[in-house]
Design a protein around this ligand. Structure first.
Ligand code: GDG
Length: 736
């Protein structure tokens, strides 16, 4: 990290607790995992926070005093009014995104109506970040409250380094697609340079959602968007290991543990520590405990579950009814499975201090962490860190992110109450040697990945990556585009080298439908008729369609990426390959035909010297899956032959080696090496070969969003045509 750069951390809540009682302002640093993780980073560079302080000042005096104190904690406030709290926080964030991302679709309100408030609070966060950040700073945004923020910031600070980390699960794309405003939320996330998740599974779901919702085909660890490369990474969050070990080894601990054990008065203690949230699976955990006592009565009076339920989001109605359900269940189970002397469940609806928490971890033989879905679950890791004595059993839900790291726990399916009860039995009766062996492996993992390491690894990956969108902003607005065309029109000699599909005409559902309209043919005709102007269409299309559609115009044509070329005003086409070197085609056809059969909607395009398998009309998931498989198949099969296998926009193509649009323009049409200024336009990867071959002084336009080496970017065929028209209009004007 450079000494001068700054790191701006943005989270819904600032890592402080604010007390505005009696007109006074009191601020205390809070010790959440996030704040701890950042402490090490803070040593290396200037760190500041932007977020909601959790309180709303009552008057100006209080506000000034609050902000002064927040500055001492390097924190800038974003205030949430009661309407914001209701709609942005309790509404869109915690009643829509939270349940849906945890697969609890039925917990969503029937009507999703808080998106506009969610967006406007995200914009206010952007205002606060922009007031703090320069383009050279690194910005790290946290969590589901701020999914739109990376995108909003990207528009305002195009070159900023922006990281985004999601602390909760990213759901399977089949669930994600149910979310209203899903496109905007995904686009918002894509404003970041690096998007991090706790597990590989969440990253994979995110990549699937990009494909299913936006039609974008990501690689596993990155995706190209608007000419930027966005990295997707897996960064499992750890805990503040030192602080838990320190508390676990403190001289007061044995006394605390003894008191707790004595008060509980049972032989074995099971422990649960959860925010009271429906994702944490409390009711089923309680039912598993009840079933254990029914099936194995020998445990009655000898074991107890101490369940610490920390109050959470009490203003959200789903949380109110959950509290009622849990409390009723505890009452029912204690009523039926308890006795005059004891209750099998000790339920606490209040937070405890960290020292009490660690004492509970040490007092419990078995820790029961059974969320129905959880991003990571730090409680599981804290229990392990606190067991410096090497004993204790962790029962862990398979559906917590932590399960992908902590394989030595007793993992359970939290929806299978019977099997949970069996696993509680197994945990309670586990021999000491096995307990210690498992705990030792768990401790090694938890200690090796403390939260400081998580934070450093995220920030260094972010800082090692590309900055901003592109080295310079390539995008041309209409007036810049017009100016460029006007300047070009002043050149004595100009050659246009233009791709066809996606550049002069929009991509059509079926390649046969991309017939040129009369506006296009007239434009090309007019350009080619001007003195000092030459027009060449350089395409990957088959010769037959170019000949039929554009063959009568006075323009040069290149078909099949350079297999064929035709000069303007000549009838005959030149072939640039040796037909005897095409022995591989029949083999390739047989392979591609099987992929047409397997993928409804796929099309096999036959060219004179190649084949293309198009999958734009195939189900996006199946298409990408088969395209990957097909590429591997083809590469293996044709490794020794002179065949190039290329992936384009929803197409896999085979063509003779050594041919590309750049060499075609250079060799078959001798476009280069003249005095003329060349203006090239294209939209996909094959056009990059053309851009790469252009001599100095040329102009290159990329139409669309792919990462490009072109000098300028325009939105699509409409803008390319505008450029050509503008050129034609200004060139025909009498020179002044
Ligand atoms: C979200 C994701 C992800 C709890 N009760 C008390 C107390 N705690 C502390 C625990 C732990 C933290 O709160 C809870 O963290 P979790 O990870 O278990 O769960 P969420 O709050 O849902 O957090 C989650 C996490 O973000 C980080 O990315 O792991 O999946 O949902 O640190 O110790 N602390 C004290 N008293 C309590 O009563 N002192």
């Amino acid at each position: 990290m450079s000494g001068t750069s700054r790191l701006i951390l943005v989270a819904n809540r600032l890592p402080v607790s604010v007390d505005l009682g009696d007109g006074q302002v009191n601020i205390k640093a809070s010790s959440g995992g996030l704040a701890t993780g950042m402490r090490n980073l803070a040593k290396a560079e200037q760190t500041s926070w932007v977020g909601w302080p959790g309180a709303y000042p009552e008057n100006d005096e209080q506000r000034v005093s609050l902000e002064k104190q927040l500055r001492e904690h390097s924190a800038t406030p974003v205030y949430l009014s009661s309407r914001d709290a209701e709609r942005f926080y309790e509404g869109m964030s915690n009643s829509v995104i939270w349940p849906l991302f945890h697969y609890m679709v039925d917990r969503m309100p029937l009507l999703v109506s808080d998106y506009d408030d969610y967006r406007s609070v995200n914009e206010r966060f952007a205002d606060a970040v922009c007031a703090e950040a320069g383009e050279d700073d690194t910005i790290w945004i946290h969590d589901y409250h701020l999914l739109l923020l990376p995108g909003i910031l990207r528009e305002r600070l195009p070159r900023a380094r922006i990281g985004f980390f999601l602390h909760i699960p990213f759901p399977s794309s089949e669930i994600f697609r149910l979310l209203p405003h899903r496109e905007q939320l995904l686009r918002g996330m894509l404003g970041a340079n690096l998007i991090g998740f706790h597990t590989y599974g969440f990253a994979r779901h995110f990549a699937d959602a990009l494909l299913g919702t936006l039609g974008i085909e990501p690689e596993l660890d990155r995706v190209d968007v608007d000419g930027r490369s966005v990295s997707i990474g897996v960064f499992p969050m750890g805990i503040d290991v030192q602080s838990f070990e320190r508390l676990a080894e403190s001289p007061e601990l044995p006394e605390r543990v003894a008191q707790l054990r004595q008060a509980q008065g049972v032989e074995q203690l099971l422990l649960g520590v959860d925010r009271l949230d429906y994702t944490k699976g409390l009711p089923r955990k309680l039912l598993a405990m009840e079933l254990l006592l029914q099936r194995s009565p020998q445990y009655r009076g000898k074991v107890r579950l101490l369940q610490i339920a920390v109050p959470s989001r009490e203003a959200v109605s789903e949380y109110k009814s959950l509290r009622q359900d849990v409390e009723q269940l505890v009452g029912r189970i204690n009523g039926s499975s308890g006795s005059l002397h004891e209750a099998p469940i000790h339920y606490l609806y209040q937070p405890v201090t960290q020292a009490e928490l660690v004492a509970s971890y040490r007092a419990a033989e078995v820790m029961v962490v059974t969320p129905l879905r959880d991003g990571m679950n730090l409680v599981a890791k804290e229990y392990v860190a606190a067991r410096t004595d090497g004993d204790g059993v962790l029962v862990l839900s398979e559906l917590a992110g932590a399960a992908s790291e902590l394989g030595e726990a007793l993992t359970v399916n939290p929806y299978d109450v019977e099997s949970m009860a069996l696993n509680l039995d197994r945990a309670l009766s586990m021999p000491e040697a096995e307990r210690r062996e498992r705990m030792s492996a768990l401790r090694e993992k938890v200690r090796a990945h403390p939260v400081e390491r998580w934070a450093t690894s995220f920030v260094s990956t972010l800082e090692a990556g590309e900055r901003g969108p592109e080295p310079r902003d390539l995008r041309l607005d209409s007036s810049e585009l017009d100016r460029l065309a006007t300047t070009l029109a002043e050149q004595a000699e100009v050659i246009f080298a233009l791709d066809y599909d996606g550049t002069l005409v929009p991509i059509a559902r079926n390649p046969e439908l991309a017939v040129p309209d009369s506006g296009l043919t007239e434009l090309l005709d007019m350009l080619a008729g001007m003195s000092g102007v030459r027009v060449c269409v350089v395409s990957g299309r088959a010769q037959a369609s170019l000949a039929a559609w554009l063959g009568k115009l006075p323009i040069d044509l290149v078909a099949e990426h350079g297999v064929w070329s035709k000069r303007a005003n000549e009838e005959s086409w030149q072939c640039h390959i040796d037909p005897s070197a095409l022995g591989w085609v029949s083999d390739a056809r047989a392979i591609l035909e099987t992929y047409v059969e397997r993928a409804p909607g796929a099309i096999l395009e036959e060219k004179t010297a190649g084949l293309a398998w198009h999958y734009r009309n195939v189900d996006p998931y199946l298409g990408v899956h088969l395209a990957r498989e097909l590429r591997v198949h083809l590469v293996r099969h044709f490794a020794q032959l002179p065949v190039s296998i290329l992936g384009g926009r929803k197409v896999i193509e085979l063509r003779p080696q050594g041919l590309d649009k750049g060499s075609a323009a250079r060799d078959s049409l001798s476009l280069f090496g003249t005095k003329a200024v060349i203006a090239a336009a294209g939209d996909d990867r094959t056009d990059e070969d053309l851009f790469a071959a252009l001599p100095d002084g040329s102009i290159s336009l990329c139409a669309g969003t792919l990462a490009t080496r072109a000098a300028y970017r325009v939105s699509g065929p409409e803008q390319v045509r505008r450029f050509l028209r503008r050129f034609a209009e200004t060139r025909t004007l009498p020179r002044g």
